[in-house]
Write a protein that binds this ligand. Sequence first.
Ligand code: PMP
Length: 439
Amino acid sequence: MTKQGPPQAGNNLDPWYDHYSERAGGLRASEVRALFAVASRPEVVSLAGGMPFVSALPQDLVIDAMDRVMVQQSAVALQYGSGQGVPLLREQILEVMALEGIKANADDVVVTTGSQHALELVSKLFLDPGDVVLAEGPSYVTALVIFKSYQAEVEHVPMDEHGLIPQALREHIARLKAAGKTMKFLYTIPSFHNPAGVTLSWERRLEILEIARSNNILVLEDNPYGLLYFDHPAPDAMRSVEQEGVIYLGTFSKTLAPGFRVGWALAPHAIREKLVLANEAAVLSPSSFTQLVISQYLSTANWKEQINTFRGVYEERKNAMISALGENLPGMSWTNPNGGFYVWLTLPEQLDSKAMLPRAVKELVAYTPGTAFFADGEGKRNMRLSFCYPTPENIRVGVRRLATVIRGELDLLDTFAGTGMQSAADTTRRFGAPPPDIS
Ligand code: PMP
């Protein structure tokens, strides 16, 4: 390749700046990314990450499954496979989904490289620039990054402790219709929401399906956490009562391990065909090796018991977080999830969680600022606290440190009340991709 002359209108660091697609403009690193690099130091208690606690998975179970695959099926495991996924694994996925009330045909399952990739493929199939995606406010940060990269507009619909509010959904749809907008799908995480920790009630699931049906809007049901409940199971999946209007996404990332990168989409038949084509265009086939390892694991290990073990681990950690919050931050509010990985905390008015983050990291605790979970700059008063990865003891230490930081901010505000000075400088509204361990 010949060497290029000085770029005409690039920037100093990237001579190809002018060549990027418009779509690539949606792919921006979040401004807190650099801070999270500091926060990954061992002395920092990170309540920011969404990493499953994979150490609770006995290694020999995985080694056993890998061994069997290599001894019995290596020619298949090391080869390209089907763009739709390994047939036996697709059958086994039906058993996993049956635990949440779903009856389906293996022919309608498409295995993807994590459910993240299913989100990408669905967006690729459906979104044109300017289309609207309805999503809970807040919503999963890396889904928002994808929607943005397809130049869609995200319309956040509020939630309360029972999940997405149907009446609010009706109002948003009516307003968008009146404005002539095209709404392609509703993206929802009904069970143990990331980041809000709340669960959509059964009545609301039915009501929201009805609203979507009558407005001709697809529902994209993203359910990575549904089986990780504490006291009692979440209501059955929305897909259990509606087949034609729902694309359902599942994953082995939280119930087994994210390193396999195996998730799936269950879609109405015509959409399924397009998904397979899009999957082939993107990756030819998902990894044969990891699919077969998971298939072996599901055939030979007591996987339901292993999910119970994960539940126990996360419930203990959730309890540690909720009681530490109660002891250290009286008068503040947070959600109390019945499953999943996350608590959503609301700060007193005037506090800005993003502006406060550098001070928190200095006090050796990290969290994810609420603004990361909105496409429109909302969420300043919120933060997501993850209890999935640190030990209960570290969670207690982290929450104590967080309380010190919050009290410090409140003291500063008291001291400077009426002077027009802010507790911390940066309150800009920007939004971008976090590092993968935050998602
Ligand atoms: N959806 C949600 C709501 C998530 O929280 C995550 C992971 N953090 C994903 C999708 C993607 O998970 P994976 O690609 O590992 O299946």
